[in-house]
Write a protein that binds this ligand. Sequence first.
Ligand code: ZN
Ligand code: ZN
Length: 346
Amino acid sequence: MQGVRLPGDSTVEHVSVSVPEPGPGQVLLRMRASSICGSDIRAIYREHLGHGAEAYQGVVAGHEPCGEVVALGPGTRRLGVGDRVVVYHIAGCGLCDECRRGYAVGCHSPFRAAHGWQRDGGHAEYLLAEEVSCLLLPEPLTFVDGALVSCGFGTAYEGLLRAEVSGLDRLLVTGLGPVGLATAMLGRAMGATTVVGSDPSAERVRLAEELGLVDVGVSDPGALADAVDVSTDGLGCEVAIDCSGNAAARESALRHTRTWGRCVYVGEGGSVSFDVSNLLIHKQIRLHGSWVTSLLHMEELLERLVRWELHPEVVVTHRFSLDQAAEAYRVAAAGEAGKVCLVWED
Ligand SMILES: [Zn+2]
Ligand SMILES: [Zn+2]
């Protein structure tokens, strides 16, 4: 079968590999959608900068896979051939405290392996997955919806859960890349009454506005303070979530969090410095870090998306075939697009 690897010099490499056989507790999936995540660009495509959980081991890329079961290994207990599944993209040991919590992302064991990082990912015709990592994709969600949940929307949902977003809150989202767009969409569904979004890319702000995901979009960082003041009567947002990983945006997220509010850092990488007394302590703010999500929360999100009648795929601006992976990565790396997804049509 055909697959794609990322050499780490802003190119993609097409390779031919054999179709894997499912072992005990494993399933073989035919890929139907496999999206590109910001982490793929940051830590693999441009350069291989990761260590530990982010060390790329030359495998087939893609950690947002969604497909259908075509073969079952011995001892599988839940799935059947033809099932449509989302893959929680990290296989953990199943035995450590983080795995027991359902957060295989935090698994401490040397057996931990993320698809697209340490074990083959979704940028190939077939994917070998652990049955325990697969979540049934409910109708009417599409394969593209499912791919987006497997990392980005799951990550956004977890950040919102951590902030306990509800109808009591107004929400600020800094960074309107795919995770930021997801945070705005799900934050509103969870009750946020006003959503303010900021991103230095005017394209991304326009996309968020066109999709109706934000009430107020800001592309000029200097205009954010006024926009938040106008939207919140000068009080600040009860919840702010940074999805950018940018130092200035992290500082603004905290700055525009209301006293006694909650601020969550979801965007990865880099560093931040801020005036701790004035921005955090004296405002009695709860500041959280949030990394990916749990198996249970991802399953819960799939159910809720159906009830909310939401389709994550609306944030997809570019679809490509596997053959066009080089172009797909180029578009994703340019940082102007919404979500970029590889798809397999029938
Ligand atoms: Zn990701
Ligand atoms: Zn573990």
